[in-house]
Design a protein around this ligand. Sequence first.
Ligand SMILES: Nc1ncnc2c1ncn2[C@@H]1O[C@H](COP(=O)(O)OP(=O)(O)OP(=O)(O)O)[C@@H](O)[C@H]1O
Ligand SMILES: [Mg+2]
Length: 380
Amino acid sequence: MYLKNIHLYAFRNYQEQVLNLESQKTILLGNNAQGKSNLLEAVELLATLKSHRTNRDRDLILEGKKTAQILGTVKRTYGESELGITFRSPGRRSLTLNHENLRRHLEFLGHINAVEFSCLDLDLVRGSPETRRSWLDTLLIQLEPVYASIIHQYYKILRQRNALLKVIRKTVEEDNNYQDLSTEMSQLKLWDQQLAEAGTRVTRRRHRVIERITPLAQTWHREISSGTENLEINYLPNIQTESEEPQQVQQAFLDKIEKRRMAEQQLATTVVGPHRDDVEFNINQTPAKSYGSQGQQRTLVLAIKLAELQLIEDVIGEPPLLLLDDVLAELDPNRQNQLLEVIQGRFQTIITTTYLHSFDAQWLKSSQIMKVEGGKLSPF
Ligand SMILES: Nc1ncnc2c1ncn2[C@@H]1O[C@H](COP(=O)(O)OP(=O)(O)OP(=O)(O)O)[C@@H](O)[C@H]1O
Ligand SMILES: [Mg+2]
């Protein structure tokens, strides 16, 4: 796939900006806080409808404006499409495909695929489980767009169930009379069932994606670490079962809810389900999170990113875009070369950097270089 152009209107610090991508490789060069990452964020939004930096649309709109827009034209083997997102504050987003309004997110997703790699991605190893769940979810949305509605549905049920648990706790606290709660308790049973159904769909897909990405990441990892290290990726689902059969997962889910019923009512929040999943990365049988050196953690994340590129390409049938945010300078020359070699001509790549000296002459010659200054782009 090839992203031909991107138009920004009142997006972040861009007033109005068009970028025509004229080469497979684009370098965005600029000092700190000029708008380099903002541009990558716009591409990420076109690909996933999510930003890894914020989940408030208000942050995306140029200060003082009420709406912002991102338009992008992508060329695929099946043809060209123009995608548009309009953000409003206050208000909801609207989405367009070839100038027609879309009612469902599902029709928007999947036209542009992108893998982003930034220095923040080290959090994948070091950060909280939430970071790893979000990584899994973003990857899944790209592999099977329907997952976006599956995960959305799960969180919606979770919120409603949590609200009910709060009502129950409040009633119990106010007058210690459990008999008053029979309606709420039977409502809760219904939510249990819904949570288990939606949660099972989430768990099974997360399981599957880990199974698919692991061998790819292991191969890359061996190559980058020159065969000295062995990577293991383990999915740690909150609902653990022997088999992946939906019936069994759902039953295990309901059993666990039953077991944790008291704790849940005391805390007035749902303590069981895939919102508590995690992923574990081990290098030579040791958790990378606590024992890995900085360099080992970088190698690990690079291997995962390369595996993501490969997995998306395998599933989609076309190479996704690669967005590299300030990451080259972070890698040692050996890992830089590994990365640049893989990209070479295969993936359309947009790279941000503050200096050009990490790139070899060949790269510079074959790249379109744009200068970014105060939310304005100009040829370098
Ligand atoms: N909604 C907004 N309205 C106006 N300006 C914004 C908005 N959101 C972010 N900015 C500005 O955008 C700038 C940050 O842009 P960005 O993160 O793209 O920087 P960068 O060029 O990637 O810098 P670095 O090299 O430090 O990563 C900041 O100056 C910030 O104040
Ligand atoms: Mg940046």
